[in-house]
Design a protein around this ligand. Structure first.
Ligand SMILES: Cc1ncc(C[n+]2csc(CCOP(=O)(O)OP(=O)(O)O)c2C)c(N)n1
Length: 327
């Protein structure tokens, strides 16, 4: 196995603040969606990633437009960071014509070729062989773009996961497997579905490195990602990054998550990625009260605008249901 290439990174104050903005925006987007679900206004299934934002921000921050992502149901933030306008993403949740699939489907199945976002299917793990196939295309076309494929620890118990990692390892593909280990696959706790502690250990059997990190530390995720991206672009093959985290809400907004304790939730909330990063930025004099107020105002205005736009957008015409079909 080649030695681990570590990439040092230095982010400017502007970049750090940008990261903070994304964390706040993605949290606010999900929080607003959660309220809209309770008001009966959202038509798409909603699987929030509240508590997990550092993973999406840390992995997407250094990506090029030409890199591809294969996001999952909890990764709406990855769509935003890859370039989908909040208005368009919110329209998707309202099933309006201005959404990505023009009102046809839920958010988790939508993709955007021009932005390098692969449209997922519902079958857990099934996005991973496709992601490996995409990465294989990149090697055949001989450019140094990379694929970032997301999955939960639950999906890592499915056969497709193992086939994808094996294929990626054999062909040393430019792919980053990002496990969002949020401790539960629906109601199943991790210890009831895996006999090992770390999903990251599974990478070794396929001939590449796996690392388990604190998925609530945006800079740790960013640093691990940068190293893995550099290796992938240099032809050194895949990496599995397992991000330990927790989802604050139920599996979806209709799940009250009675299978876990209040104490457990409180413990994980104390590790909220946002205050941790806020403290880091304040201690380094990157963020002060005025800047914080400015960012919060921008986040609120962006979300308000997206909701207003989506609510007033036209409904799909039933006659269009059979247009844009691929056959
Ligand atoms: C092959 C397959 N089995 C079961 C399901 C039903 N299902 C949808 S999401 C989910 C839990 C997923 O857990 P995990 O992979 O850990 O991701 P998380 O939702 O925790 O982010 C299940 C069981 C499915 N979609 N596909």
């Amino acid at each position: 196995m080649p030695p681990i290439k570590r990439t040092k990174f230095k982010l400017s104050n502007e970049q750090l603040l940008d990261m903070f903005y994304w964390l706040r925006l993605i949290r606010a987007f999900d929080e607003r969606l959660s309220i809209l679900v309770r008001q009966g206004k959202v038509r798409s299934g909603v699987y929030t990633g509240i508590g997990q934002e550092a993973i999406v921000v840390g992995t997407c921050f250094g990506l090029r437009k030409e890199d591809w992502i294969c996001p999952l149901h909890r990764d709406l933030g990855a769509f935003l960071m890859k370039g989908v306008e909040p208005r368009v993403m919110m329209s998707q949740m309202f099933a309006k014509t201005t959404g990505l699939s023009k009102g046809r489907d839920s958010a988790l199945h939508s993709g955007v070729n021009e932005l390098g976002i692969f449209g997922n299917t519902s079958m857990l793990g099934a996005n991973l062989p496709v992601a490996a196939g995409l990465a294989f295309t990149f090697t055949m076309e001989q450019h140094d773009n990379v694929v970032v494929a997301y999955f939960g620890e639950g999906a890592s118990n499915v056969g497709d996961f193992h086939e994808a990692l094996n294929f990626a390892g054999v062909h040393r593909l430019p792919i980053l497997f990002v496990c969002e280990n949020n401790q539960y696959a629906y109601s199943v706790p991790v210890e009831k579905s895996m006999a090992i502690d770390d999903v990251a250990d599974r990478a070794e059997s396929y001939g590449f490195d796996g690392v388990a990190i604190n998925g609530n530390d945006v800079l740790a995720v960013y640093q691990a990602t940068q190293g893995a991206l550099a290796r992938a672009r240099d032809g050194d093959g895949p990496t599995l990054i397992e991000c330990k985290t927790y989802r604050w809400h139920g599996h979806s907004e209709h799940d009250k998550a009675f299978y876990r304790t209040d104490e457990e939730l409180a413990m994980w909330k104390s590790r909220d990625p946002i205050p941790t990063f806020t403290t880091y930025l304040r201690a380094r004099h990157v963020l002060d009260d005025a800047k914080l107020k400015e960012i919060e105002a921008k986040v609120t205005a962006t979300i308000d605008d997206a909701v207003e736009f989506a609510m007033n957008a036209p409904e799909p015409d039933p006659g269009d249901a059979v247009t844009d079909l691929y056959a």
